[in-house]
Design a protein around this ligand. Structure first.
Ligand SMILES: CC(C)=CCC/C(C)=C/CC/C(C)=C/CC/C(C)=C/COP(=O)(O)OP(=O)(O)O
Ligand SMILES: O=P(O)(O)OC[C@@H](O)CO
Ligand SMILES: [Mg+2]
Length: 256
């Protein structure tokens, strides 16, 4: 745990060295203990850049034990990715302090943040203020339903760009372009590209990314980090994980 910018700096350094970074999303409800340890160890060995932990719902009542289990299987940054203010654990290294800027629901703009802030301080967690922009992706996603917000229309990249710009002017440190977990379609490349041209912040892209080609095309469009979760929940295949991670690292020799 650290209240300084250590995790953020580590992510930026990985991006600078490898061209972009790969973050594996772990949904605590989707892995059993042995599956979890294996995927965390594999991702670490294959050169992933960190882990995000969270879900828009949480059935598990042992969230902190879960985070500890991940921490003990890796030396990479373990970052909370909360769908709700209850998803805070002292055992993580940092938290994506997401504000759902694409929506107009005050609870997800500032409400959960106020509720969670005292715990974040008490635990000494590093906070990474991140503009969370939800993008239309086909069928309604869990994030859209749970947050009761409207996503940005996928054919309107300029809408995403002005939200990102407002986030930069508000002093946020990162932009997360989110199609939603398990999305039918990932965030369009044109949108990633316009957002990356408009702001100088690192842009994270996630939701519905299932192939190495898709990972690479988000990176080619300018993404600093690509997040993948669902694809590995349904397919326990180390080779597939390695290919996806390699695709996010264009500067490394083994990259596709
Ligand atoms: C800053 C704090 C304490 C809370 C943030 C609260 C906000 C703004 C949340 C954004 C809206 C939200 C519900 C985000 C969920 C992000 C997330 C962990 C998505 C992962 O997707 P799943 O919800 O697991 O999808 P599945 O249904 O496919 O499992
Ligand atoms: O689970 P997937 O579809 O890979 O999405 C990752 C993340 O962006 C979801 O919040
Ligand atoms: Mg999930």
């Amino acid at each position: 745990m650290s209240a300084k910018n250590q995790v953020f700096e580590k992510l930026l350094a990985a991006k600078a060295r490898k061209g972009a970074g790969f973050l594996l999303l772990i949904d605590p409800d989707k892995y059993d203990a042995s599956g979890l340890e294996q995927v965390v160890k594999n991702a670490t060995a294959f050169g992933a850049d960190g882990f995000l932990i969270g879900g828009s719902l949480l059935f598990s009542n042992r969230f902190d034990a879960y985070v500890q289990q991940i921490k003990s299987a890796t030396d990479l940054p373990v970052i909370l990715f909360p769908g709700h203010s209850v998803q805070i654990s002292p055992s993580a290294d940092a938290i994506l302090f997401l504000s759902l800027l694409s929506g107009r629901n005050p609870e997800f703009l500032i409400g959960h943040h106020v509720t969670a802030a005292p715990s974040i301080k008490a635990f000494g967690l590093e906070s990474m203020p991140t503009a969370y922009l939800l993008v239309e992706s086909g069928r309604k996603t869990a994030v859209e339903f749970m947050s009761n917000t409207e996503p940005i229309p996928r054919h309107k990249p300029e809408l995403a760009a002005v939200h990102a710009l407002a986030a930069e002017y508000l002093g946020m440190k990162m932009i997360y372009l989110e199609a939603g977990s398990g999305a039918d379609e990932s965030v369009p490349e044109e949108m990633v590209e316009l957002v990356c041209q408009t702001v100088s912040l690192p842009v994270i892209v996630g939701g519905g990314i299932r192939s190495a080609q898709a990972v690479r095309s988000k990176v080619d469009a300018g993404a600093s980090f690509v997040v993948v979760g669902n694809a590995f929940e349904t397919r326990n295949d180390a080779n597939y994980l390695k290919t996806m991670i390699d695709a996010a690292h264009p500067n490394l020799p083994k990259a596709i």
